[in-house]
Design a binder for this molecule. Structure first.
Ligand SMILES: *[C@@H]1O[C@H](CO)[C@@H](O)[C@H](O)[C@H]1NC(C)=O
Ligand SMILES: *[C@@H]1O[C@H](CO)[C@@H](O)[C@H](O)[C@H]1NC(C)=O
Ligand SMILES: *[C@@H]1O[C@H](CO)[C@@H](O)[C@H](O)[C@H]1NC(C)=O
Ligand SMILES: *[C@@H]1O[C@H](CO)[C@@H](O)[C@H](O)[C@H]1NC(C)=O
Ligand SMILES: *[C@@H]1O[C@H](CO)[C@@H](O)[C@H](O)[C@H]1NC(C)=O
Ligand SMILES: *[C@@H]1O[C@H](CO)[C@@H](O)[C@H](O)[C@H]1NC(C)=O
Ligand SMILES: *[C@@H]1O[C@H](CO)[C@@H](O)[C@H](O)[C@H]1NC(C)=O
Length: 484
């Protein structure tokens, strides 16, 4: 209670002080280094590490630091300052030495005209800006990073980015851009990262014959392209010889045959295809990471679907819930002998509907060190034993079948426990027992009958022929009387 009281007294005191100062201090004041800084953005009268910086006051937070060369550099943070368009004069001279300016999360509807010869980073994201006037960045030519995300920009004209020849990264995501004029990016000779995600560009890129590079004037130095959620059906990136990462997820892509050859990462998550066929992806000799996450209706990876990706080390299908079949020859027919022997090291099948994997895949899994199958309904029978026996493989995932192994961690089961047996319900067991008893009974009867058939009948008696027997040989002596 005491502390809160003290704090509020302090706050009131500070505010009174400020009010007093503002009455007679003009915007031009001395910075700590003695240089005069004219600005209505920063409040340089108080010490710059001023702990009374409060969100929502009329000034932005301005930090002065010394650059490695000894010159003062100013970083201005105007986030969530409730700035509106009338805050800006016709044209705003930033304090000398300003290298960063963050104007995000304000209510701006017009692009402020800024001037600052050192400005390298500018964030105007999360405002309500609808247009970028031509040459509006003409006096901030050293800009390297420009963030215009989450505005309401509808189109990008040829001259909108004029003068930004050092620009390396531009974020235009979450706008309503439907068209981009020819060569809109041709001044940005050093552009490395272009973010256009979540704009409705599908119709625009469907219409255009030439590829993105020729059409927009994007330099082939571009390394990262992000175009997720753009309603794309197809895109031609074949001129992008420098492109290494292409994030093209959550579009309506039906094919992707026009990708540059040296791509290292490709993200086509969320693509609504039922079956990944051999035709879908081109051969990408440098591709290392392939992301096929959250594919809503993907059921099968067909034969040769992942053929021609010899450097693929990481493949994730996480969350592709309907995926149940991976073809034994998904990496090609004869992986081991082939020049395209895969180097797959990580395979993520979490949340898929995969029950088993054909042992032919063994050839492709030789270098596999991590297999994540959490949430997949694994059938841990003899058909999956080969997987358990792979050396150096770390697995995550639980068996769902057979019942005896239900809930056991795949990696903790001994390989001889992976057995194929007919499912044994108790009725089945009882039936088996009855059958066995019946068999024994029948067998006994059979044996009894056989024995009975062989045994001699009890009334048949063989008698030995003895001297007293009536059947004994009779010697009839000659009648002596006749002789006499
Ligand atoms: C750039 O600065 C010049 C003065 O040096 C000014 O006339 C012009 O309007 C400025 N342009 C923008 C876009 O701020
Ligand atoms: C896409 O952009 C719109 C604004 O244009 C925004 O409301 C929406 O949240 C964004 N969607 C995603 C997934 O970022
Ligand atoms: C995507 O494109 C189709 C036509 O190709 C269109 O009907 C649909 O409205 C578009 N979706 C969005 C979000 O722009
Ligand atoms: C794109 O163009 C193809 C023909 O080139 C057409 O069949 C398809 O409907 C078009 N899609 C959209 C979204 O305009
Ligand atoms: C893709 O772009 C390249 C280079 O501009 C071009 O040669 C090729 O014909 C294009 N392909 C398609 C299908 O538009
Ligand atoms: C994909 O699976 C989900 C359940 O995981 C189901 O709701 C959905 O209907 C399936 N999609 C198709 C196209 O069958
Ligand atoms: C695995 O794939 C091979 C080759 O397609 C096939 O001959 C074999 O029957 C499959 N094995 C199982 C258990 O499905």
């Amino acid at each position: 209670m005491k502390r809160i009281l003290l704090l509020s007294v302090l706050l009131v005191y500070v505010q009174v002080l400020r009010a007093q100062e503002e009455n007679f201090v003009d915007p031009g004041t001395d910075a700590p280094n003695g240089r005069v800084i004219v600005s209505h953005i920063c409040y340089f009268k108080k010490p710059l590490q001023d702990p009374t910086d409060v969100d929502g006051d009329q000034y932005c937070d301005c930090d002065v630091v010394n650059s490695p060369m000894g010159l003062p550099e100013i970083k201005i943070d105007c986030r969530r300052n409730q700035l509106s368009d009338d805050f800006w004069q016709e044209y705003e001279q930033l304090p000398q030495g300003t290298i960063r300016l963050d104007l995000s999360h304000n209510g701006l509807t017009l692009m402020p005209r800024l001037s600052g010869e050192k400005l390298r980073y500018l964030n105007i994201g999360h405002n309500q800006i609808t247009t970028i006037p031509d040459k509006v960045f003409a006096n901030v030519t050293q800009l390297k990073e420009l963030d215009l995300s989450s505005n309401r920009i509808e189109t990008l004209t040829t001259d909108a980015l004029a003068g930004l020849s050092y620009l390396e990264r531009i974020d235009l995501s979450d706008n309503q851009i439907r068209s981009i004029e020819v060569n809109a990016f041709s001044n940005a000779l050093h552009l490395r990262q272009l973010i256009l995600s979540n704009n409705s560009l599908g119709t625009f890129f469907n219409r255009t014959e030439a590829d993105l590079y020729l059409r927009l004037g994007v330099t082939n130095r571009l390394v990262i392209l992000e175009m997720e959620r753009c309603n794309l059906t197809d895109i031609n990136l074949s001129s992008g010889v420098g492109l290494e990462r292409a994030l093209l997820g959550y579009n309506r892509l039906q094919q992707l045959t026009k990708l540059p050859k040296q791509l290292a990462l490709l993200d086509i998550s969320g693509t609504p295809i039922r079956s990944l066929s051999a035709k879908f992806l081109p051969h990408l000799l440098h591709l290392k990471t392939l992301l096929l996450q959250d594919m809503p209706i993907l059921y099968t990876l067909e034969e040769y679907a992942l053929y021609g990706l010899p450097r693929l080390t990481m493949l994730t299908l996480q969350g592709s819930r309907n995926l149940s079949t991976i073809h034994p020859h998904v990496f090609g027919l004869n992986v081991a002998r082939d020049e395209t022997a895969t180097k797959l090291e990580q395979l993520v099948l979490t949340g898929t509907n995969i029950r088993t994997l054909n042992s032919t895949l063994k050839l492709a899994f030789e270098k596999l060190s991590l297999l994540d199958m959490r949430g997949a309904p694994l059938r841990c029978d003899c058909q999956l034993r080969w997987l358990r026996e792979l050396p150096n493989l770390k697995t995550h995932g639980l068996c769902v079948k057979p019942n005896a192994l239900r809930g056991k961690a795949f990696g903790m089961i001994e390989s001889q426990q992976f057995q194929c047996r007919a499912e044994q319900f108790w009725i089945y067991t009882v039936f088996n027992v009855l059958l066995a008893i019946l068999l024994i009974v029948l067998l006994s009867i059979g044996i009894f009958l056989i024995v009975r058939a062989i045994r001699p009948k009890p009334h048949v008696q063989l008698r030995t022929v003895g001297a007293s027997s009536p059947y004994a040989r009779v010697t009839i002596e000659p009648n002596r009387a006749e002789v006499l």
